[in-house]
Design a protein around this ligand. Structure first.
Ligand code: PBG
Length: 345
């Protein structure tokens, strides 16, 4: 518009009818009209457990994240509890791998030992266990294989055993992440039949075959030895199919449904929120963490703003629960601690 036009318009009165800036004027007003809130209550912190003692080994592609032996895991969870983060999700890295994932359901398995130790030290901390076989299989796939095929139904039996052994060790929530068909129903029945009718299932319902799990596979030593996971994990192009996956898991007895990854699938989170009244969780995965940390460490993004904006976007899309490697840092900032350096910077 030319300066002349401006003069004419202002002579006619106020032409701007929609002044959304009014409520952005002060911090107090912005607080009042804020639509989305992030709280420590929404956060779950993922942790990696290894065999041995006194081990705290940083994961090179995930600054500030560690492989921890059970004793160090227990020590580190003191801070989690103090920060009022309600829960952790555990991933096990066994010393021994085979083709029946025996470490996944061993009574003295890495996760079983970790859960017992954590529940003894922090009875109020919600201990969630990831139920998957890939970390325990010598070939790194999430199911039993025949040649290069990942078999569905024979895998269910092993998943059931794994879930029951986690529940027996004291796990508060069972979180199957393998993407075999029918696993939620199968695990639900197994838990019910073994005295764990009260143990909830948080299903990785729409888990996509994603490049963003790269750093996790280094951390969990679970990269597949051949092929990829696209015969069981979802095609990144499919959002309608994601809704079917979620509907099936709900039918089969899921108590919480999850979308994973989070950032590249915010639309899927929003659609999940629309189709169910169950709690929706989103997994802000290792690659999403790593790329943000890398850009911040290069000085390309403002870390303090970037990670909180990221978590807010996942909440805004509709997630009630966020599984994130940023959990501790977010909890600190949310309680007004601006001094503790970010763990990944
Ligand atoms: C196990 C599992 C994976 C993740 C969570 N559970 C890896 C995979 O499917 O390959 C990824 C988590 C992350 O990237 O942070 N199947």
């Amino acid at each position: 518009m030319m300066p002349d036009d401006n003069l004419i318009l202002s002579a006619l009165g106020d032409v701007v009818t929609n002044r959304t800036r009014r409520t952005r004027e002060t911090a107090a007003m912005r607080r009042m009209v804020r639509e989305t809130r992030l709280s420590a209550d929404n956060l779950i912190y993922p942790m990696f457990v290894v065999e041995g003692e006194d081990i705290k080994q940083e994961i090179s592609s995930m600054p500030g994240q560690y492989q921890l032996s059970v004793d160090r895991l227990v020590a580190d969870c003191e801070e989690i509890a103090a920060l009022d983060i309600p829960g952790v999700i555990l991933f096990g890295i066994p010393e021994h791998k085979d083709d029946i994932a025996s470490g996944a359901y061993a009574e003295e398995g890495i996760i079983q030992n970790a859960v017992r130790a954590l529940k003894e030290a922090y009875p109020d901390l919600c201990v969630i266990t990831d139920v998957c076989l890939c970390e325990y299989m010598d070939h790194g796939h999430c199911g039993v294989i025949e040649g290069e095929k990942v078999l569905n139904d024979p895998t269910l039996e092993l998943l059931d055993q794994t879930a029951m052994s986690h529940a027996e060790a004291g796990a508060d929530i069972i979180a199957p992440s393998d993407m075999m068909d029918g696993r939620v129903g199968s695990i639900r029945a197994a838990l019910d039949a073994s005295g764990f009718a009260q143990t909830p299932i948080m299903a990785y319902s729409s888990k996509f075959s994603s490049a963003f799990y790269g750093p996790f596979r280094e951390a969990a030593e679970s990269a597949p030895a051949f092929g990829d996971r696209s015969s069981y994990q979802m095609d990144p192009a499919n959002a309608r199919e994601a809704m079917r996956e979620i509907a099936f898991d709900i039918e089969e007895g899921a108590d919480i449904v999850m979308v994973k990854p989070a950032l590249v699938y915010l639309d899927v989170i929003a659609r999940a929120r629309e189709i169910t009244d169950l709690p929706v969780a989103a997994y802000n995965v290792s690659g999403e963490f790593a790329m943000l940390a890398a850009a911040c460490r290069n000085g390309w993004l403002d870390p303090e703003r970037a990670f909180m904006e990221t978590l807010t976007s996942i909440r805004r899309a509709g997630a009630d629960i966020i599984l994130t490697y940023f959990a501790k840092d977010a909890a600190r900032r949310l309680r007004g601690d601006k001094a503790t350096p970010l763990s990944w910077m």
